[in-house]
Design a protein around this ligand. Structure first.
Ligand code: NAD
Ligand code: UGA
Length: 459
């Protein structure tokens, strides 16, 4: 099928950047991104590009280049579906918070709503592309919904999972390691392959069956997260043995079978997907009664929770076993640098733990809005909104946040933190002045020379 118009349902961290790049690389295709959230669409359409709802290096330039030419953002979902030959489903698939599979399974209600919406509106043949991360065999459910609408409209379903990482989304989209397309119909697969073929070499466009494609996405995230939990487990051992986790990571990473990437010990991984996708994998394994498989992958999450917890426990024990009434400066709230996304960020859990111990927390993050930080904390429901507001303050200036603090926790590896005037920070802190570097971004010797009590991960 020749594709002239694409509709993408879901204008989030995946839909926005992915479609912007597809539009840039395919100027002859009209790409419309639709969403039920009118504020999000308005932000994507804002004249002021600093107001785009997703912050990603390089994204604003691409939006400026394509928006209004062949890239459109709209709340008119039915119109978008009706006009397009190809429809991407790129909506959120969070962990279920109710009913069967609560806390484990992916909540597919948004995906199902999209499928029903497409079924209701479509008057001509469509290729429906699963861009959201979905449990293996979801295409079966989508197919069943689409094929039960009657009429003679023909639907082809493809799985085309996205592998971009936030903070490097544009770079990852422009130079993907691979593009994965799973499907039954060769014609549909090639229609989508042609779109990516505008900039991705054909030998990097992988064609598989639908189920392999769906399962590969969950597997890729599970393997990536497993590497982090593996190095984080070793980091704790390092702290007891005088081994240095950075040296260990370097030594093992030079083995070409292991490779150097994704071996940075940290306060634990965050982000909207690793935990959700592994929990989903565990749930699927259990649903097939594969207990050993489920237990194996669950351990990645257990270790990650342990890593977050032991970071805050270490802060408390180092600060003479009490943080009550003490001011703690928190640098970074995003789950990693170069993004404004905070979903599952370790900073949220560490802050909650410190507030339970009656600490006062003062936060600075270069990209995350104050309202988002309170939303994240309130979502945990540990204490009232008023209490959270009284105990946590948010600052636009890092030096203001760190003034009079007893200790600093570095939660995100923002580059700017490295170039701060650390002598100045030391001077405005209470003494002894502690730094807990959850990202290993500062130099221990330099910090000790200034006078800080400095501790990091795995050293
Ligand atoms: P997101 O929450 O940022 O965006 C999803 C959007 O879908 C929201 O704006 C929401 O309003 C909209 N939406 C929900 N239901 C809708 C409906 N019925 N009709 C129209 N719009 C609807 O989510 P995201 O981070 O973009 O993730 C989307 C999917 O991509 C998830 O399955 C996720 O696992 C996967 N994924 C995410 C990343 C990432 O880095 N964030 C990377 C790869 C894959
Ligand atoms: C991850 C994957 O890297 C993407 O391929 C995938 O598409 C995406 O999930 C998804 O499905 O959502 P993302 O979560 O955006 O991307 O970011 P990562 O770079 O993977 O970082 C995830 C978390 O792990 C962050 O908190 C990061 O700080 C942490 N991390 C990463 C470490 O602690 N150590 C490392 O060595 C690498």
């Amino acid at each position: 099928m020749k594709i002239n118009k694409i509709c993408c349902i879901g204008a989030g961290y995946v839909g926005g950047p992915t479609m912007a790049v597809i539009a840039k690389m395919n100027p002859n295709i009209q790409v419309t991104i639709v969403d039920i959230n009118p504020e999000r669409i308005a932000a994507w359409n804002d004249e002021d590009l600093s107001k785009l709802p997703v912050y990603e290096p390089g994204l604003a330039d691409i939006v400026a280049e394509t928006r209004g030419k062949n890239l459109f953002f709209s709340t008119e979902i039915d119109k978008g579906i009706d006009e397009a030959e190809m429809i991407f489903i790129s909506v959120n698939t969070p962990t279920k918070t109710y009913g069967k599979g609560k806390g484990m399974a992916a909540d597919l209600k948004y995906v199902e709503l999209c499928a029903r919406n497409i079924a209701d509106v479509a008057k001509s043949d469509k290729i429906v592309v699963e861009k959201s991360t979905l449990p293996v065999r979801t295409a079966q459910a989508i197919k069943s919904i689409l094929h039960n609408v009657g009429g003679d409209v023909n639907f082809q379903i493809l799985s085309n999972p996205e592998f971009l990482a936030e903070g490097t989304a544009v770079e990852d989209l422009l130079k993907p390691d691979r593009v994965l397309i799973g499907g039954e119909s060769e014609g549909a697969i090639e229609s989508l392959a042609k779109i990516y073929g505008s900039w991705v070499p054909d030998n990097q466009i992988l064609r598989t069956n639908v189920w392999s494609s769906e399962l590969s996405k969950l597997t890729a995230n599970a393997f990536l997260a497993q590497r982090i939990s593996s190095i984080n487990a070793i980091s704790e051992l390092c702290e007891h043995t005088e081994a240095d986790v950075t040296e260990v990571a370097r030594a093992i990473g030079m083995d070409s079978r292991i490779g150097p990437k994704f071996l940075n010990a940290s306060i634990g991984f965050g982000g909207s997907c690793f935990q959700k996708d592994i929990l989903n994998l565990v749930y699927i394994a259990r649903s097939y009664n594969l207990q050993a498989v489920a237990d194996y992958w669950e351990q990645v999450i257990i270790l990650n929770d342990h890593q977050k917890r032991r970071f805050s426990d270490k802060m408390i024990s180092t600060l003479y076993n009490t943080v009550s009434g003490k001011k703690i400066g928190m640098l970074g709230w995003a789950f990693k640098k170069d993004t404004n996304d905070t979903r599952e960020s370790a900073a949220i859990y560490v802050t909650d733990h410190l507030l339970n111990e009656q600490a006062e927390v003062a936060v600075y993050d270069p990209k995350v809005r104050k309202s988002q930080m309170y939303t994240d904390l309130n979502y945990l429901n540990t204490r009232s909104e008023e209490e959270n507001e009284a105990l946590m303050t948010v600052h636009n200036d890092p030096y203001e946040a760190l003034k009079d603090t007893h200790a600093i926790a570095i939660m995100t590896e923002w580059d700017e933190f490295k170039s701060y005037d650390w002598q100045k920070i030391y001077d405005i802190m209470k003494k002894p002045a502690f730094i807990f570097d959850g990202r290993n971004i500062l130099d221990k010797k330099e910090m000790n020379k200034i006078g800080f009590e400095y501790s990091s991960i795995g050293k």
